[in-house]
Design a protein around this ligand. Structure first.
Ligand code: NAD
Ligand code: MG
Ligand code: MG
Ligand code: MG
Ligand code: MG
Length: 345
């Protein structure tokens, strides 16, 4: 029942791939998302041409997968539906050099993330539809799910609807890559971009690694062994998150001991307290007012000096070395038990 939600959700019955029967779809880029979109669309009966640079190492992969490959500029001029799946940081240059000169009125410009449109790094001309179909999953899963007759949840947004058909066309694309099998939620470019940046900075990537490091350091600095600290603060996190993924917080609290439940419920808000909440609000503000994106664009223009330094510091953290050692031991344990069962079978 979709009307229980605050947004509309679209499924296979709401979309028709044959809407794109008269289109050629140019898929620019053959990385994580690109290969999945190109292959899924192709197998859904859509006419696909992959656009890659002459010297791109992905060319042979796309050709071996049975797809037609040409340059990005040529792909755009052949196509009426252009799916931009090169990295976000190179999209403005690819747009300027290969897309814009070859776009025609009536074409659709399709994205899997709204960053460059929302922050005006790409300003499409009038007469062109601008849409987003963004699978909420890494590309290899978009592909694997499709092959297994399963779907990948996705987001859909319309930025420019000059033809009047942008929603139907975007839904056809979403169906072609398998997203409507699982469900597609309607959003806006602004909501998708700002919530995506916030989620990865505050919770998923930034917040969680920082929480893990602080926990690990607190134990190790107090004299506990690094191995114990690693298991307690990093390794077990997956088991906890799996329970939350399956059944929300309730399933996790049900599965842990009463001692863990009481300790967590009574101490959690002391650890992640009001100051963390204020920091989150500040982080969200920097996303909303464009400060983060400006910083990221300048960082790329100057050769990524801070990014390189931050990456190096993260790599050098003790937890990474301890983890590598322990994961090797456990990979060995898993492998040997797999071998045993293989031999027994
Ligand atoms: P990627 O880094 O995996 O792949 C990039 C592809 O672009 C490669 O094939 C590369 O050869 C090609 N490329 C790089 N520079 C190029 C250039 N100058 N000209 C032409 N081709 C070039 O990229 P990705 O992670 O699939 O991201 C593509 C889009 O999908 C981005 O907008 C991203 O935000 C979005 N997205 C990604 C994911 C994900 O899980 N990776 C999830 C949702 C949305
Ligand atoms: Mg064209
Ligand atoms: Mg993101
Ligand atoms: Mg425990
Ligand atoms: Mg319990």
């Amino acid at each position: 029942m979709t009307d229980e939600f605050t947004t509309d959700i679209y499924y296979d019955d709401d979309a028709d791939v044959s809407t794109l029967d008269d289109d050629t779809v140019a898929v620019l880029g053959y990385g994580s998302q690109g290969h999945a979109h190109a292959l899924n669309l192709h197998e859904s009966g859509v006419d696909v041409v992959v656009g890659l640079r002459e010297n791109s190492s992905s060319r042979s992969a796309a050709e071996a997968d049975g797809l037609t490959v040409t340059t990005p500029a040529d792909a755009v001029s052949q196509a009426s539906y252009v799916s931009v799946l090169v990295p976000d940081t190179v999209q403005p240059a690819v747009y300027e050099n290969a897309i814009e000169p070859n776009l025609e009125a009536g074409d659709t410009l399709q994205f899997a993330h709204g960053l460059n449109i929302h922050y005006n790094q790409i300003q499409p001309p009038e007469g062109v539809d601008v849409t987003m179909v963004a699978p909420k999953s890494p590309g290899h899963l978009v592909r694997r799910n499709y092959e297994n007759d399963e779907g990948t949840p996705g987001l859909l947004a319309i930025y420019q609807n000059e033809s009047g058909d942008a929603p139907e066309r975007a839904l056809a694309y979403a169906k072609g890559i398998g997203c409507t099998r699982a469900g597609v939620i309607e959003t806006t470019f602004r909501e998708e971009v700002e919530s995506d940046l916030f989620g990865e900075q505050a919770v998923l990537c930034g917040g969680v690694t920082s929480l893990v490091k602080h926990g690990y350091e607190t134990l190790v600095d107090a004299g506990y062994s690094p191995e114990i600290a690693y298991f307690e603060c990093l390794n077990e996190l997956k088991l906890i998150v799996d329970l939350m993924y399956e059944g929300g917080h309730a399933e996790m609290w049900d599965s842990v001991s009463d001692t863990a439940e009481y300790g967590g419920l009574s101490r959690g808000d002391r650890i992640v307290d009001e100051t963390v909440r204020e920091n989150m609000e500040e982080t969200l503000e920097e996303i909303q007012n464009g400060e983060f994106t400006r910083e990221w664009i300048l960082e790329n223009q100057s050769g990524r000096p801070s990014y390189t330094q931050l990456r190096q510091a993260e790599k050098n953290h003790e937890i990474e070395e301890v983890g590598e050692r322990l994961r090797d031991l456990f990979a060995w344990a898993e492998e040997s038990s797999e071998n045993e069962s293989a031999e027994a079978a």
